[in-house]
Design a protein around this ligand. Structure first.
Ligand code: IPE
Ligand code: IPE
Ligand code: MG
Length: 254
């Protein structure tokens, strides 16, 4: 069944080029079963693997996953350190497989706050996979949408100060070229699991015209079937980008 849907989706030519996921609900998933929150994060890793596999098989160009937000440092210290450990372990365990599958891994966010050991692990993983031409997998870690826009502004201000550009050259395109997703296709679809309908400071600039899908499913229960259904819905949405429906239909017939 899902193979059939996959074939249909690939033939439709209406797949998103860039999908982002806010993987929320791990803690509640664990607590509902009387387990510690960290067990939910561990269970969530299997779903990350699955989301990557489906995206790769469908030929989606870029998948951006929210793993740890700039606000998540406020959680209890033991949860934060367990999340860091898990990130390290998963990187150690999965990078060779990602590499074999031609996936290019990129970590986006302010990684300078991570331990040296973790920063080295990230750099090694990115370097190993940098020439791969398949799915681009962006893991957002210590990422915040406001931070991203701020760091882009800082880079541009530094260029103005150095006389490389003038203040009036700061355009939407210039900002676009300095945010973390500069080299990627525009964000088409953002999915959030866990039942809350908010963006939680994820890809703020990038989400300006993306389709938003909120699912009540907790992340450790989010599987291939639901992902494919969301993609099938996406394929049926008319994206107007400010135009009228008639204009969109006319441009499709050109
Ligand atoms: C998302 O799950 C994972 C991270 C933020 C790291 P949560 O840990 O936020 O799970 P809930 O929302 O508390 O259920
Ligand atoms: C968003 O989830 C961040 C990640 C999934 C990594 P949160 O659980 O941190 O979001 P809020 O705090 O409920 O908005
Ligand atoms: Mg949450």
């Amino acid at each position: 069944m899902s193979d059939q849907l996959k074939t249909q989706l690939m033939a439709s030519n209406k797949l998103p080029r860039h999908v982002a996921m806010i993987m929320d609900g791990n803690g509640r998933w664990a607590q509902r079963q009387g387990k510690r929150r960290v067990m939910g994060h561990k269970a969530g890793v299997d779903r990350v693997r699955e989301a990557v596999k489906v995206s790769r098989e469908l030929g989606i160009e870029s998948l951006t996953l929210f793993a740890f937000s700039s606000e998540n440092w406020q959680r209890p210290a033991d949860e934060v350190s367990l999340l860091m450990e898990l990130f390290f372990t998963v990187l150690s365990r999965e990078v060779s497989k990602l590499h074999r599958n031609n996936v290019k891994l990129k970590v986006i966010g302010d990684t300078s706050r991570f331990s040296d050991k973790l920063q080295q692990k990230i750099a090694k993983a990115e370097d190993k996979t940098k020439d791969n031409s398949g799915l681009i997998l962006n893991v957002a870690a210590n990422y915040g949408g406001r931070w991203d826009i701020t760091q882009a502004c800082q880079q541009l201000a530094a260029k103005v100060a150095a006389g490389e550009m003038s203040a009036t050259d700061i355009s939407e395109e210039a900002i676009e070229q300095h945010i973390c997703t500069a080299q990627l296709p525009a964000l088409d679809l953002m999915i959030r699991t866990g039942g809350d309908c908010r963006i939680s400071n994820f890809l703020l600039w990038q989400a300006a015209y993306s389709e938003l899908h909120f699912s009540a499913t907790l992340w450790p229960d989010f599987g291939e079937t639901e992902y494919l259904d969301i993609l099938a819905n996406f394929a049926n949405v008319e994206r107007r980008f400010g135009c009228t429906s008639e204009q969109v239909s006319a441009s499709l017939q050109e």
